[in-house]
Design a protein around this ligand. Structure first.
Ligand code: HEM
Length: 659
């Protein structure tokens, strides 16, 4: 079933007309359970089912056997299972919230986001799910989600995420809460702001170029007539994108050249071992790694400890190297925290502190190191003026490595999968890329002109949100819209998958339709502009700090690859199924037959000023300014990324803001 759903998406929605996503439609779907088909219809306006202690029992137990295939491969119950391991009592139902008991025997049969979708279709946007001794509130209602992420954000923490990820990212931003999170966010978020992203566009192109020889080799094999499934013309593009995004995050965040697209080394292997371990822990039935002496019994844990030591050691060396470079340059300023603590006491978790901490990546606030000669996040962190110990820095870097690697790789994987299944969309991307870039790699001034390509990435993230479920725990009592009571201690799942796939919220939700977000010259969709129907990067003050970075990386990589190569599914590997850990992965790789694209008859790209005009919404003056600034930057700066960033600031040719 899972595999069929994914495969279907490649064909069924072809040729679809643009939709207007704002029109609500009733929830109406055929759910298949154990082969039986039962129609479930409920509209948002209908009242929720009556309160009862144990509702519908196994009837609501989720998808039948046909949808369990991918779970067996990957499991997907991470947060759920870890919560189960924590024990805790079942609460009395309160208020108008529907309840459902899912038999424990169903645990692990299918990815959690799919189970939650099936339950959503029966129980609506807010329901309580009982599983063994635990219960969770499952949110798929935009208003409720907005309250948790924005309105009542102080009442919620990251819950078990910190426990799962503590071994690898310590007290890093992603799982931190309270004052510590405020302090880290204030430092980390500005490091990924728009100007920094602009300065990385060339790096994204270079990193993609490093992967071209592998694809060239596959294309040469295809030209030699070896276009057989599983043969040399076939490349696992999921693995390709995983390595590409590792290379990019390593270089951009801490100036480490993994070059994993071209070779393997112990550090790369160690990173993958650690990443695998994080996924395994997030899908474990209980937090067994906490048992005393367990690593003596489980060899895998010893391997992962050893791998973690290699990665930590590498990060420590990079931090030390960067520190000494900056000290030699006299670029490490007096810690601002120390200065402000001296003048005003201390930083507290006030609203003001939280607001300033949530400085988004699109903020225009500047840093002393913005004009540094080495534009990495690590340089920025060291130059932030905050008093940081090496352990904290290492946690930050590890957090960015993990948060920025798999998510972006998965976004690229599914975008390519969708494009290959939708030739008409692919053709529009190519027309755009051919017209804007030709054979050039994109520069920062090109990104605003690659609007349709950007929408493709947005739409791929709608259909395959990474991660599909967000986790929270109520630390205070709350009441959600609709009167749903949330007692302190409640664990919550925010199903981004349900929000993105809801027939109540989207027309033809399963269709791959990059036009659904409105005219291309309108700003790109965000959680705010879609009233929390679309939140691939979360929302509120815990919103992703790498959103612009990720979108730009995806657009650059897709543009560079689609210009040069044709991709066709290698059917010898069977349909592309999916499995879920922290992100949604394919069940067996995204194997593509690669061949060189025939560029005969493709017109040359428009002159750069014309693409700048498109980028600036057609205003010739702004376009001229952007083009002039870009030209000046490239001649004066000799390709220096900071000059390009300056050009983007001067000419407005920065990557499209996400907020
Ligand atoms: C397509 C790629 C990406 C997706 C879909 C994505 C998605 C998300 C989401 C949904 C959250 C919010 C989690 C929550 O509320 O519980 C988040 C947080 C975060 N992301 Fe991303 N992300 C991506 C790329 C990146 C990149 C490239 C970086 C950095 C290099 C990054 C760093 C972070 C960090 C540090 C947080 C935690 C922010 C905080 O809690 O204050 N992400 N991301």
């Amino acid at each position: 079933m899972l595999q069929r759903r994914v495969a279907d998406r490649g064909g069924a929605a072809r040729g679809a007309a643009a939709t207007h996503a704002a029109t609500p439609v009733p929830v109406s779907r055929w759910s298949s359970r154990s082969g039986a088909r039962a129609r479930v219809v409920r509209t948002a306006a209908q009242p929720p089912p009556p309160t009862q202690d144990t509702v519908r029992g196994s009837e609501a137990a989720g998808p039948g056997p046909s949808s369990t295939s991918s779970a067996a491969a990957g499991g997907s119950w991470g947060p759920l299972s870890a919560l189960l391991g924590r024990g805790g009592g079942q609460r009395q139902q309160q208020g108008p919230t529907p309840e459902v008991r899912v038999p424990l025997s169903n645990v692990g049969k299918s990815p959690i986001f799919q189970l939650l979708y099936d339950l959503y279709c029966s129980y609506g946007g807010v329901f309580r799910m009982h599983l063994g001794p635990k219960s969770f509130l499952v949110l798929s209602d935009p208003a409720a989600v907005r309250q948790v992420l924005v309105g009542a954000v102080d009442k919620y923490s990251k819950g078990i995420l910190a426990e799962i990820l503590e071994f690898v990212m310590g007290n890093g931003l992603l799982a931190a809460d309270g004052e510590h999170w405020i302090a880290r966010r204030r430092v980390v978020a500005p490091s990924l702001q728009r100007k920094f992203v602009s300065s990385q566009i060339a790096l994204f192109g270079d990193a993609t170029a490093h992967g071209l020889p592998q694809l060239e080799a596959a294309a040469a094999a295809a030209a030699a007539g070896e276009l057989r499934g599983g043969g040399p013309a076939s490349v696992d593009m999921e693995s390709f994108f995983s390595r590409l995004s590792l290379d990019i995050v390593g270089k951009s965040v801490f100036d480490y050249d993994f070059d994993s697209l071209r070779h393997d080394d112990p550090v790369i292997q160690a990173v993958y071992t650690v990443l695998r371990e994080s996924t395994l822990r997030s899908t474990a039935p209980f937090p067994y790694w906490k048992l005393p002496g367990i690593s003596l019994l489980v060899p895998r844990l010893r391997t992962s400890d050893a791998a973690l030591a290699i990665v930590n050691d590498t990060l420590d060396r990079l931090i030390a190297r960067c520190k000494s470079t900056l000290e030699a340059e006299g670029s490490i300023p007096v810690p601002a925290a120390a200065a402000s603590a001296a003048s005003s006491g201390t930083t507290t978790a006030t609203g003001t502190a939280a607001a300033s901490a949530s400085t988004s990546s699109s903020s225009s606030s500047s840093s002393p190191l913005e004009e540094s000669s080495a534009p990495t996040v690590l340089h920025f962190l060291l130059g932030s003026g905050e008093a940081l110990n090496s352990r904290q820095l290492r946690d930050d870097l590890m957090t960015l490595l993990i948060a920025g690697h798999e998510t972006t790789a998965a976004a690229l994987t599914w975008a390519l999968h969708l494009l290959v299944g939708h030739p008409e969309v692919l053709q529009r991307v190519r027309t755009e890329v051919d017209g804007v870039l030709g054979d050039r790699m994109p520069g920062p001034e090109d990104l605003p002109a690659l609007r349709y390509t950007t929408r493709v990435v947005n739409e791929a993230l709608r259909l395959y949100p990474q991660p599909p479920v967000l986790i929270r725990r109520a630390v205070q009592d709350d009441m959600l819209p609709g009167g749903h009571v949330v007692p302190a201690g409640t664990d919550l799942f925010i199903s981004v998958w349900n929000l993105h796939h809801s027939p109540q919220l989207w027309e033809r939700p399963e269709a791959f339709d990059p036009d659904r977000f409105g005219p291309l010259d309108a700003p790109p969709p965000t959680e705010v502009s879609t009233d929390f129907r679309f939140l691939p990067f979360g929302g509120g003050r815990r919103k992703c700090v790498g959103d612009m970075f990720a979108i730009a990386e995806c657009v650059v990589a897709l543009a560079a690859l689609l210009r040069r190569f044709e991709f066709a599914p290698d059917t010898s590997y069977g349909p592309v199924g999916f499995k879920s850990g922290a992100t949604i992965n394919t069940s067996n790789g995204l194997h593509m037959l690669v061949s060189r694209r025939d560029l005969s008859g493709v017109p040359p790209p428009a002159p750069r000023a014309a693409s700048a005009a498109a980028a600036t919404g057609g205003c010739p003056h702004a376009a001229a300014a952007a083009a002039a600034a870009a030209a000046a930057a490239s001649s004066a700066g000799g390709g220096c990324p900071h000059a390009a960033a300056a050009a983007s600031a001067a000419g407005g040719a920065a990557p499209q803001p996400q907020k």
